[in-house]
Design a protein around this ligand. Structure first.
Ligand SMILES: Cc1cc2nc3c(=O)[nH]c(=O)nc-3n(C[C@H](O)[C@H](O)[C@H](O)COP(=O)(O)O)c2cc1C
Length: 129
């Protein structure tokens, strides 16, 4: 994907990733890797902010972390960067859970947002920096 180009998700695509308590990637599904343009090996063990796009306001992620750390589910619109400098929008649902070792983990499941929401949140986020 060329620099600055948007990738639009298919209607039935789900991008899934998991992190530990500190936001270090412990899992990503094939679709996530494909859209983000990373191999699983490149993502594993990295901070999830690897895919952060500079247009995303810091407060959005503060809200995400405050919400999931308090044990609640966070939902929101996120613009992510691809490895080659493109971007893609998702509607993300981030849930806290405990793994088999009783360690705190987080899971994000992302799907395609509507065009209206992409435009709305794109404009809103510009005012939040
Ligand atoms: C399960 C989970 C999934 C996340 N997914 C993303 C993501 O797709 N894109 C993103 O920019 N941040 C994501 N984050 C938030 C990052 O951990 C990080 O807070 C954010 O990229 C901002 O970077 P910073 O905290 O270093 O400022 C996720 C966090 C969790 C817990």
């Amino acid at each position: 994907m060329a620099h600055g180009q948007e990738t639009i998700l298919n209607d039935d695509t789900f991008l899934v990733s998991e992190t530990d308590a500190k936001g270090i990637v412990t899992f990503a599904n094939e679709e996530f890797c494909k859209i983000a343009e990373y191999n699983l090996e490149e993502l594993m063990g990295k901070n999830h902010n690897l895919v952060r796009h500079k247009d995303m306001p810091k407060v959005a992620f503060k809200d995400l972390w405050d919400t999931v750390k308090s044990g609640k589910v966070w939902q929101g619109f996120v613009k992510n960067a691809t490895k080659s400098g493109g971007y893609y929008w998702v509607f993300a649902t981030v849930c806290p859970f405990k793994n088999e070792k009783n360690e705190q983990c987080y899971l994000s499941c992302r799907r395609k947002p509507s065009r209206e929401d992409v435009e709305k949140y794109g404009e809103l986020y510009k005012t939040m920096h």
